[in-house]
Design a protein around this ligand. Structure first.
Ligand code: PA5
Length: 465
């Protein structure tokens, strides 16, 4: 079970100037209706992402069946899958890959593989795209285009280029592609990718409910890629469901998402030393992409110009990804001695699932390290860093993960969602829109020559004829 320990953010550890009192944590919950703390948006409505934790066996079996059917379309087998998506339509798959596959999965030779390699193309970098297509075999490569809006320029363009690559190799791109996008809305509006799948006879998986990309990793957006590479999607969802149950608690000390939210929120609004930076620092390479995924979640959900009443607030807390022990030799100097403007969230892993003993550095000359393991060293680095930060009155929180498994990864995704939703409720902002992202998408479309009066107006404002 994933747990949250906030003791190093409390005044009793780091002193009253920099620490929070237990009363502040308890009082914050007491002064807000339970609906805020459990992030039930006004009334009985729950945040849409809770659907992920409530998926039935039947829904998950349908995803697994869809994946088998897709794989069955490859006459020479499926060796590689390219995810074409961006933002929330890519970061979740990448975090899953790093957390749950072999750390060097792409290098496992074909005879020993029991699942395809997963490549996430989340940028329209021409060199990177060309290089990937250059090394893959078109006859055994599948394309998964993921876009909830279904018309995102990067995804549409990347998918078109990859389709052309398949066609150029005399492959039927329709059979080798799968599209994940929003189902038609109640007023019948469809996405470009939905229509493309319909008109070309490409397999498509609709998003059962509209979800912001950053809240979608445990929907078909992340579960289809996960299932294709053999991850236990039912365990991922079960982990999320377990965490959901714990985040329903209205006991402040029993609700892990509330604890994280309360710490981040209380520090943000402190009159002295407000902390507008939130560092997520897993002590695990496998979770480093979880930190990147968190960055999008936290930045896009909380970075808002206006609050729910429409007042200009320019709110947000800047997320910074770090990884232990690597960043001890990089960003830590700033965390330890720089401005008092950060809250640090560590992720500590109990069991790395394998360990290596450290031999003597020189034969016959044992050092203090010899005979210990790399896992012991990494754990000691985390404890040492935690101690040093606490000693310099730098608030830090530890999220403990017993081992990195599908269950605990599901717990982590849900924990961070709920932390974000509760923080947004406390800040009185909408965690579920992204008007800033939409503005840049619109401007890009206009610059690329999209027709229409709105695009003409945007081009005029950007000084482009
Ligand atoms: O979280 C979000 O909603 C966004 O970051 C999207 O994931 C991103 O913009 C891609 O959008 P789409 O999935 O519609 O292509």
């Amino acid at each position: 079970m994933v747990t949250v320990d906030i003791s190093n953010a409390l005044a009793e550890r780091i002193g009253p100037e920099y620490g929070l009192s237990r009363d502040e944590i308890t009082g914050l919950m007491g002064s807000h209706p339970a609906s805020v703390i459990t992030a039930r948006k006004r009334g009985a409505e729950r945040p849409a992402f809770t659907y992920s934790a409530e998926q039935t066996e039947g829904q998950l079996d349908a995803i697994l069946a869809e994946c088998s059917a897709f794989m069955g379309q490859f006459d020479r087998g499926l060796s590689d899958v390219i995810i074409l998506g961006i933002g929330g339509s890519a970061l979740g798959a990448r975090a899953l890959k790093a957390a749950l596959l072999h750390p060097f999965d792409d290098m496992i030779p074909v005879p020993q593989r029991d699942h395809p390699r997963l490549h996430v193309l989340d940028n329209v970098d021409p060199a990177q795209t060309a290089a990937l297509l250059d090394v893959l075999d078109p006859s055994t490569t599948g394309l998964i285009a993921i876009s909830k809006a279904g018309g995102t320029a990067e995804t549409v363009a990347g998918f078109a280029v990859a389709r052309q690559w398949l066609s150029g190799a005399q492959r039927d791109w329709r059979k080798q592609s799968l599209i994940i996008t929003n189902e038609p809305s109640s007023d019948g509006k469809t996405t470009l990718l939905w229509d493309l799948a319909g008109s070309e006879g490409v397999r498509r998986v609709g998003m059962p409910i509209p979800l912001g990309g950053r809240y979608s990793v445990l929907s078909p957006v992340g579960l289809v890629p996960a299932a294709l590479v053999g991850m236990d999607v039912k365990a991922l969802v079960a982990g999320a469901a377990r965490m959901y149950a714990r985040c329903e608690s209205t006991d402040p000390w029993e609700n892990p998402a509330y604890l994280l939210a309360a710490v981040c929120y209380l520090y943000m609004r402190r009159p002295n030393h407000p902390r507008n930076i939130c560092v997520l620092m897993p002590y695990s390479s496998a979770l480093s992409y979880m930190a990147d995924w968190f960055v999008q979640l936290w930045a896009e959900s909380l970075g808002k110009a206006r609050n729910l009443r429409g007042d200009l607030v320019n709110a947000g807390q800047t997320p910074v990804p770090a990884v232990g022990a690597t960043d001890q030799h990089s960003q830590l100097q700033l965390f330890q001695e720089g401005p008092h403007d950060k809250v640090i969230l560590f992720i500590e892993v109990g069991d790395y699932g394998g360990d290596l003993e450290i031999p003597p550095a020189l034969p016959g000359e044992p050092t203090y390290l010899a005979g210990k393991t790399l896992g012991q060293l990494l754990s000691a680095e985390k404890r040492g860093t935690e101690f040093a930060l606490t000693d310099s009155q730098r608030p830090n929180v530890t999220i403990r993960v017993p081992a990195i498994t599908a269950d605990t990864v599901g717990e982590l995704f849900f924990l961070f969602w709920m932390q974000t939703a509760i923080t947004a409720e406390l800040m009185e902002i909408n965690a579920f829109d992204q008007p800033g992202v939409e503005a840049s998408k619109n401007a890009t479309r206009a610059l690329m020559g999209a027709p229409g009066a709105e695009n003409d107006e945007l081009r005029r404002r950007m000084g482009v004829e």
